[in-house]
Design a protein around this ligand. Structure first.
Ligand code: G3H
Ligand code: 13P
Ligand code: ZN
Length: 314
């Protein structure tokens, strides 16, 4: 099948009441863990690359690793839809570079700008992308926490305004929209009880019927990994994510794409830390990175089967 866009994936997910997992990729082990999980569960999947990932791994390496994973799927006689997506594209030029190099989906994150500037920038990317068969995710509203170089405290978090969301989509022609309903990036999402504004999501879906919504900052920060990190020398007390029941609920509503990065980081770090403490004689990176890869795979499988609901939807 090769790389596909999110178009058909989101249409099916919207109708079927499930969501597609969008997992951030930064190296070979992460790509392998995610792709093996998606292949074994026969699930569509989105592999997303941030500007930071491009800087860390080199865009050419990431592209080739993704291509290698597609070849491996084929060699197993399997066929699952895979999207290669730019996460939080900071500007037109980064989006253009990704579109030109074969990405099937890009996000232009103009949420740091005011409404009119965000519309203009998003429209510019949409015009370029659509001419080349690439889909565009945009964002309106600011997530709590640190997003790009803008720090937003939880108290200041600006939820997406449904009326603005409607106008934004109509004026830009974007294919999906990331909204702020209380999630945030990273491992510290809520000080008190987790709370998401499902009322805002509901209102947006009434104004934009059948339009796919994206949830960023949607890691659940599994307590098991937090405890393992802390037990084996880490220091991340009080880390807390979005409860899985809330993600499941969002997936049955208009949310078609659920972004997960922190859970990958936690799964890898917890297992590497455990290996270093329990097996101090180990110094072969394949041993601890192999464990990390297995942990990513198991975590992604769990998400697909129990949270996203995308198992057997390939
Ligand atoms: O939304 C942010 C993602 O977790 C990517 O993070 O910019 O550190 O690669 P990064
Ligand atoms: P998390 O930090 O919750 O994993 O969010 C990832 C994300 O939104 C990537 O764009
Ligand atoms: Zn994000």
């Amino acid at each position: 099948m090769g790389l596909v866009t999110t178009k058909e994936m989101f249409e099916k997910a919207y109708k079927g009441g499930y969501a597609i997992g969008a997992f951030n990729v930064n190296n070979m082990e992460i790509i392998q863990g995610i792709v093996e999980a998606a292949t074994e569960t026969n699930s569509p999947v989105i592999l997303q690359v941030s500007a930071g990932a491009r800087k860390y791994a080199n865009p050419i390496y990431l592209k080739k690793l993704v291509e290698a994973s597609l070849e491996c799927i084929k060699l197993q006689g399997k066929d699952i839809p895979v999207v290669l997506h730019l996460d939080h594209g900071p500007d037109f030029i980064t989006c253009k570079d990704c579109i030109d190099s074969g990405f099937t989906s890009v996000m232009i994150d103009g949420s740091k700008y005011d409404f009119e500037e965000n519309v203009a920038l998003t429209k510019e990317v949409v015009d370029y992308a659509h001419k080349r068969g690439v889909v565009v995710e945009a964002e309106i509203g600011k997530l709590a926490g640190i997003e790009d170089d803008v720090a937003v405290s939880s108290d200041d978090a600006m939820y997406t305004n449904p009326k603005e969301a409607e106008e934004f989509v109509k004026r830009t022609g974007c294919d999906s929209l990331a909204i702020a309903i209380g999630t945030s990036h990273g491992a510290y999402k809520f000080k008190g009880e987790p709370r998401l504004r499902f009322d805002i999501l509901e209102e947006i879906s009434k104004r934009l019927p059948n339009f796919p919504i994206v949830l960023h900052g949607a890691s659940s920060v599994p307590q098991e990994f937090v405890d393992m990190c802390n037990k084996y020398g880490g220091n991340i007390p009080g880390a807390k994510g979005v409860p899985e029941e809330m993600l499941r609920k969002a997936a049955t509503m208009a949310v078609c794409k659920i972004n997960i990065d922190s859970d990958i980081r936690l799964a890898m770090t917890a297992n590497i830390r455990e290996c270093f403490v329990n097996e101090p004689e180990v110094f072969d990176p394949r041993t601890y990175l192999g464990k990390a890869r297995e942990a990513v795979k198991n975590m992604v499988k769990h998400k697909i089967v129990n949270v996203l609901g995308s198992e057997n939807k390939a």
